[in-house]
Design a protein around this ligand. Structure first.
Ligand code: ZN
Length: 453
């Protein structure tokens, strides 16, 4: 039986590594693992098909593989097996991710964490939907065992916690929490960008535009999902996908990337369909996003990009690839506001799938790697990372206990505080503190307005 577990663990690692592409070494002293596919890869619908197939095979391995790695005896074998299958296994403390064409080493991470930041021109908020504090702890353990390095999240010096409750102190949903994070005002569940009484609240994307900045929204959920919607548009109900989709077209973020073209377009009325056709660059795969941007000689048209991936896995690092595309497009003299959402951490919580939880934290980490790389050359950028709420009530395993789905205590959101990580000018504000999610919203708005002291 143990032998079987060990074999499953090796297959899992190979699946992960196949997701990484091949291994390569760019510096003889520092081994490198490709975790991403190049944005210049050929592409198309076949990319989506292969991704789904890979994800399916990962899902079937889920619990047994994770279980095998969490027991000390099989862990030893796992480590040995990893060394056997890859001669470029990264050493802890030396190497972090390679992300598409972007690589980030431990030395680079240290440098970006230590460098001096100036008042921000660019503000980036990253939301891992439904990611609780324990999700981070178990994923770090998993990552160290599986890949040989810990989480980027744990490298931030300025970190604290945030209270997520909605306006009447109840457990929040993503709509109320996104509204609090994007406007600095609490509301009731279901409301998007307005109070429970229907008073419209100005969000940080609208404020950024008033400041002459570009605006980007990237998610691996549907574009009309509660989190991207809360950062951009307004509706009495998160279920009003027609109102949300039409409002996205009206606001026209400079970059808007999410899942499922068909679901978006079907919600548009005739007027917005015309606007959509005439005013936007549209791409239905990640490689096409790069192509249409290259062809846009104005450099100004808003991009709506779509892709399809299984939210319980992201073998081709699509969130990270889309993050890179967005940063390249948004970078400009006046700056930008960018919201990036990793949605799978919430779905995995609802489904009580511990492996999907951890793999989605890693998916999110890879997008963080891309952002940190950007910040290394742009010290006028501020980054806030948090979650809208915990989901699944994940408990830490007792010593020797296996990482299984039994660690979940809920299939819903909980009122647990979430973590906040920050990098950039003035972000000591968050160090060691427990803030309210509206404080994060107010801080973000101050940063976008250039009012941080
Ligand atoms: Zn949820």
């Amino acid at each position: 039986m143990r032998k079987l577990f060990s074999m499953i663990a090796v297959v899992l690692l190979l699946v992960f590594c196949s997701a990484c592409g091949d291994t390569t070494t760019t510096d003889s002293s520092i081994p490198t693992i490709h975790t991403g596919t190049s944005s210049s890869q050929s592409a198309s619908s076949s990319e989506d098909t292969s991704t789904v197939a890979t994800v399916t095979s990962m899902s079937t391995l889920t619990d047994a593989a994770v279980t095998s790695m969490s027991t000390s005896s099989s862990h030893t074998r796992t480590t040995t097996s990893t060394t056997t299958v890859s001669t470029t296994t990264p050493k802890l403390d030396k190497q972090w991710y390679t992300q598409g064409d972007v690589q980030i080493t431990k030395a680079e991470v240290d440098a970006v964490m230590r460098q001096t930041y100036v008042k921000p021109k660019n503000v980036i908020v990253m939301i891992a939907d439904g990611m609780g504090p324990n999700d981070i702890i178990i994923t770090e353990k998993y990552s160290e065992e599986c890949f040989g390095f810990g989480l980027l999240l744990n490298q931030f010096k300025n970190h604290g916690k945030a209270i997520t409750n909605n306006d009447n102190g109840g457990v929040t949903d993503s709509a109320a929490s996104a509204t609090a994070l994007a406007t600095g005002v609490k509301t009731s569940n279901e409301k998007v960008g307005m109070t429970r009484d229907g008073i419209v609240l100005k969000n940080v994307s609208e404020i950024a535009r008033e400041q002459g900045k570009k605006v980007g929204i990237v998610t691996n959920d549907q574009i009309t999902g509660a989190t991207p919607s809360g950062y951009t548009v307004h509706a009495h109900s998160r279920e009003s996908t027609d109102i949300l989709a039409n409002s996205f077209v009206d606001f026209a973020p400079d970059v808007l990337i999410g899942q499922n073209f068909a679901n978006f377009i079907i919600n548009l009325d005739a007027e917005r369909q015309d606007k959509f056709k005439n005013n936007f660059l549209t791409a239905t795969t990640i490689p096409l996003m790069a192509t249409v941007l290259d062809r846009d000689l104005t450099g100004e048209k808003p991009l709506i990009g779509f892709f399809n991936s299984d939210l319980l896995g992201d073998a081709n690092n699509m969130l990270a690839q889309c993050t890179e595309i967005a940063l390249n497009r948004l970078d400009n003299e006046k700056g930008f506001f960018l919201m990036i959402e990793g949605a799978g951490t919430d779905k995995a919580g609802h489904q009580n799938d511990i492996f999907a939880k951890m793999s989605n934290v890693i998916t999110f980490e890879r997008a963080i790697a891309v952002v940190l790389k950007f910040m290394k050359n742009n010290p006028d950028t501020l980054l806030l990372i948090t979650s809208d709420h915990e989901c699944g009530g994940v408990q830490l395993p007792a010593k020797g206990e296996e990482l299984t789905d039994a660690l979940f205590t809920s299939t819903s959101h909980t009122s647990k505080n979430v973590r906040v990580f920050a990098l950039g000018y003035g972000t000591e504000y968050f160090r060691g503190k427990t803030v309210d999610n509206t404080d994060i919203g107010k801080f973000t708005i101050s940063a976008v307005k250039g009012e941080l002291s």
